[in-house]
Design a protein around this ligand. Structure first.
Ligand SMILES: Cc1ncc(COP(=O)(O)O)c(C=O)c1O
Length: 384
């Protein structure tokens, strides 16, 4: 560690490899598309793709990111979200025309009109995937995310027919992300009652969305649409998404780095692989060691679970009145003999976002640096 200037972002090689293997082993005959938002380093994406042939293609979060990755030689890129960037989509349409495969996401007629107009302007081609709603209602409670308005096969067919009438668009896939299964742990600490309710709702929702997804796929097929991909799930839903016959591929990202929020699922336990190390720069009083940096709060509803946590040396905890600060993070230890300059190692709550704070990921094996991987930020890529 002494050779690494701090702050630093660290990848534990053994844990990373183990997670790639464990995730590949759960594919159950599907392929796995890597969620780039949860990795945010082209070199790490390449390593995952090379680790097992079950990893095929990437799910990107921005059209400019897709262009950046295509220009680096990646292919088969599914934009996981609708986008509204004429210039980048124009580039995408041209790349597709030249034989590359980038797929845009739509859930409305407005998206389709917009993409067709760009396709026409550049005389290009745009592959299209329809995003469908996979949330479940429990009375007035919405269990899932607010994304696609397409909730049934009638809605989906209407959008598909419109795509069919567009000269520059081709429908090739359907995606439904069951966030309430994939992104919600049911073993959160100090939430026993809530965990039980979440586990119950997850069980019910899993059955319902499987039926809904099948109805949608069947309806499209009956009308003659050929879907080369049916994408579902995420790290937290591999076990159930992979059992759905109509699904061809699962998107997975977070499990590879296995951040704090992915410690709390009953169906898997990956190894913490991504850490950040901050230098102690002052010791304001006995037991308290203050580091430089640290306020890397993860997205989602703001709460304690989005705050990074010190993990090494063991026994450290953040102070309730300061938490992880913008440039200073004090850590309390009952017992520790640390000095200014020593590192404290933390884990982030979510996977990829932390990469936006660092230029490179230092890959460590047996206490030695074996590689350095630039993050998107390290390559000047700032996509979201
Ligand atoms: C569309 C979509 N698919 C899949 C995922 C799963 O990604 P991960 O495995 O990183 O949780 C996400 C995460 O938000 C997503 O938005």
């Amino acid at each position: 560690m002494k050779q690494i200037p701090l702050p630093a972002l660290l990848l534990d090689e053994a844990a990373f490899e183990s997670n790639c293997k464990s995730i590949a082993a759960k594919a159950n005959g599907k392929t796995i598309r890597i969620a780039t938002k949860s990795i945010r380093s082209a070199k790490v994406l390449q390593r995952i793709l090379e680790s097992d042939s079950v990893f095929k293609g990437l799910m990107c979060f921005s059209p400019r990111e897709a262009v950046f990755l295509i220009e680096k030689g990646f292919d088969d890129l599914l934009l996981g979200y609708p986008c509204w960037d004429e210039e980048a989509i124009g580039e995408i349409a041209k790349h597709n025309k030249n034989g590359r495969r980038i797929i845009c996401m739509v859930d409305s007629e407005e998206h389709i009109d917009f993409l067709e107009r760009i396709g026409q302007q550049v005389n290009g081609k745009l592959n299209i995937c329809i995003d469908v709603d996979m949330s479940t209602k429990f009375g007035s409670l919405h269990f899932g995310v607010r994304r696609s308005p397409l909730t049934n096969e009638i809605d989906v067919l209407q959008v598909a027919r419109k795509i069919k009438n567009c000269e520059h668009l081709e429908l090739i896939g359907l995606m439904g992300y069951e966030a309430q299964i994939a992104g919600v742990g049911e073993q959160m600490p100090s939430q026993q009652l809530k965990n039980k309710v979440v586990a119950y709702m997850k069980r019910k929702s899993i059955q319902e969305i499987a039926q809904r997804r099948k109805r949608m796929v069947d309806a499209l097929k009956q009308e003659g649409f050929i879907l080369t991909l049916v994408n579902g799930g995420g790290t937290g839903s591999m076990d159930t998404t992979s059992k759905e016959e109509v699904v061809t591929e699962i998107t997975v990202g977070s499990g590879i780095y296995s951040p704090l929020l992915f410690d709390y699922y009953s169906s898997f336990q990956y190894k913490p692989a991504l850490f950040f190390a901050l230098p102690i720069v002052r010791i304001p009083s006995p037991h308290i060691y203050t580091c430089l940096g640290g306020g890397y709060i993860s997205s989602g509803p703001a709460g304690k679970d989005k705050v990074p946590q010190p993990v090494y040396p063991k026994g450290g905890r953040l102070l309730p009145l300061e938490g992880a600060g913008e440039v200073q993070t004090p850590v309390y230890f009952d017992e520790a003999q640390l000095q200014i300059g020593d590192p404290i190692i933390f884990r982030a709550a979510k996977a990829g976002e932390i990469c936006e704070r660092f230029q490179e990921i230092v890959c460590i094996s047996n206490g030695q640096i074996i590689e350095r991987y630039e993050t998107y930020r390290g390559e000047g890529g700032c996509f979201l």
